[in-house]
Design a protein around this ligand. Structure first.
Ligand SMILES: NC(=O)c1ccc[n+]([C@@H]2O[C@H](COP(=O)([O-])OP(=O)(O)OC[C@H]3O[C@@H](n4cnc5c(N)ncnc54)[C@H](OP(=O)(O)O)[C@@H]3O)[C@@H](O)[C@H]2O)c1
Length: 252
């Protein structure tokens, strides 16, 4: 079976770095036209767009801002006239101790919830009428192992936001399957990116490696092929499912 996304226009959020960059490049390698979303890393996003081939374009949107988030799907539709798939990958994981001042605590929860859960919800809301009208659409939410097992106390907001994303994907699968729309969750464990590095810097490499059954930490390129496969249609009847990619940490 070959992976062919050549008839698809795919919006990947947070495609400037880490897992999103690998997903964008994997989808492009399978023939997709990729809308490369980014927040602040304009140069990196431009580089990813170049690597994704002549049809790829970068799109900027700060996913903490309601208006910019809502406008992103419309921008992509204006540029390409169509959208077939949405990969909800952009995310933040910020450390926030219980003892932090209430204002900082609340701001952190707000930002985390907005980028990790509200932005996906708003992007889906913007894309759904288009998917319904064309009779198809696929959505992949990049959640986290933390959605299921929780996280360390300083990252409770992160875990809670990702649990919400799982419920959002399942609701979309249930509610819009009859419109030809499929929704999946991918739940990575630690993946070697800037986000994981911040956690390693705080807690040490041991906390990342000790759980694994495999010898190597997961790389972004270990996650991307699964996302491309989900977008290919090869797993449409698994809509609503969650797939763990955590180097065997659940069975360790
Ligand atoms: N790495 C892990 O260990 C791990 C484990 C489980 C799940 N995940 C999930 O996988 C996804 C990707 O993580 P990663 O490790 O690749 O993270 P990363 O390297 O930190 O990259 C995060 C991406 O999200 C974008 N982003 C963050 N805040 C944004 C905002 N306010 N507005 C717009 N874009 C924003 C960034 O864009 P700019 O740089 O352009 O602003 C960047 O492209 C996240 O949802 C994360 O929760 C990661």
């Amino acid at each position: 079976m070959s992976l062919d996304l050549s008839d698809q226009i795919v919006l990947v959020t947070g495609a400037s770095r880490g897992i999103g960059r690998a997903i964008a490049q994997q989808c492009a390698a399978a023939g997709a036209t990729v809308a490369v979303h980014y927040g602040q890393s304009a140069d990196a996003a431009a580089d990813v767009a170049v690597r994704c081939g002549p049809t790829a374009q970068p799109f900027q949107a700060d996913l903490t801002a309601l208006d910019a988030t809502e406008a992103l799907v419309a921008q992509v539709l204006r540029a390409y006239g169509r959208l077939d798939a949405l990969v909800l990958n952009a995310g933040v994981a910020r450390s926030m101790p219980l003892a932090a001042p209430t204002e900082a605590w609340a701001a952190d929860w707000n930002d985390t919830m907005h980028v990790n859960l509200r932005a996906p919800e708003l992007l889906c809301r913007a894309a759904l009428p288009h998917f319904q009208a064309q009779g198809h659409g696929r959505i992949v939410g990049i959640a986290s192992r933390a959605a299921f097992r929780g996280d360390v106390p300083d990252y409770m907001a992160y875990a809670a936001s990702k649990a919400g994303l799982v419920a959002l994907m399942r609701s979309l699968a249930r509610g819009f399957g009859s419109d030809g729309i499929k929704a999946f969750t991918v739940a990575p464990g630690f993946v070697r990116t800037d986000m994981a590095q911040a956690f390693i810097d705080q807690f040490g490499e041991g906390i990342v490696r000790d759980d694994l059954s495999l010898n190597e930490l997961t790389e972004p390129e270990d996650v991307a092929p699964l996302v491309a496969f989900l977008l290919s249609g090869g797993a449409d009847h698994a809509t609503g499912t969650t797939i763990d990619i955590n180097a065997g940490s659940y069975v360790h």
